[in-house]
Ligand binder design. Sequence first.
Ligand SMILES: Nc1ncnc2c1ncn2[C@@H]1O[C@H](COP(=O)(O)OP(=O)(O)OP(=O)(O)O)[C@@H](O)[C@H]1O
Ligand SMILES: [Mg+2]
Length: 333
Amino acid sequence: MGEAVLGVRDLHTHFSTYRGVLRAVDGVSFELKRGETLALVGESGCGKSVTALSIMGLVRRPGRIVRGEVLFGGEDLLRKSQSEMRRVRGGRIGMVFQDPLSTLNPTFSVETQIVESLRIHGVAKGKEARERSIELLEAMGIPAARERMGAYPHELSGGMRQRVMIAIAVSCEPELLIADEPTTALDVTLQAQIMDLLAEIKEERGLSIALITHDLGIVSQFSDRAAVMYAGQVVEQGAVAELLEEPLHPYTQGLLRCVPRLGRADVALTPIEGSVPDMAALPPGCRFAPRCPKAWDRCRDELPEMREVKDDRFVRCHMYGEEESPMDEPEVV
Ligand SMILES: Nc1ncnc2c1ncn2[C@@H]1O[C@H](COP(=O)(O)OP(=O)(O)OP(=O)(O)O)[C@@H](O)[C@H]1O
Ligand SMILES: [Mg+2]
């Protein structure tokens, strides 16, 4: 078992809203091992982006990290100051977001933005930074990189912008890359190209990647392990091959039944009934219980703990509890 690059422990990030406290991230734990790609997967609104923002110290009001630990390089990032976190971000942790236009500064050229990142983090400056930037753009598969250095973000295509984002993200040779839906805004062909690029730089640079996606195809193709999130919590975690082959949590099973290629051929394609709970009014028991075809009384009353059911396979479901299991009993209606 590899060493963990990132350990998120019992992370709670809440938002104060006029409707009350919205528990966007509510007890998230997972570990990312060195050299692996860990997918954070789940439906819209389950807390994937807020988890990423919490790790990077980018939660802003009305959001607040209530408790938890984000262990990185032997330190808890949640205890670091804003200025320390500014050095970590873009330095030891690179970030790629869905929409490069909202992340890249529209008023600066590509050159200025990459060179600035290298300068701020003390990697290179002046002519050296410029040459390094060109090399980086070339390594990201950007043709005519030298000429493109003068371009502004809006002058580039979506795919090129995303490549520039990735160039900036890896410019300071981070250990960890956090990619939040890096290809969602792109068409299918570009999606594949960008994912291939990420896979390539991961290998070449020995990166570890936290890959946020709602796309199980991307999970199966590009990640080693996955943490499945539902309503602010991780409900299942394990090696991707195993998790897709034999999903344990009824939510993961439901997710897979929505995907034709990944779902088992003998199971009809069916969406999960019902909708995600209101994060400001979460049910008392298991958050998936209202939609779960296998739920029984205990599921509605008591929130299940995350349990390691076998080596490196975690699940938050009463069906896999040590004492009582209804799996062999007739279903209670
Ligand atoms: N600034 C904010 N203020 C209030 N609520 C917020 C804020 N940001 C996020 N939330 C809420 O937190 C919850 C989790 O949001 P998050 O963006 O993490 O979801 P997600 O899993 O990334 O979804 P998606 O797949 O759509 O990107 C949602 O209920 C969302 O409405
Ligand atoms: Mg998101």
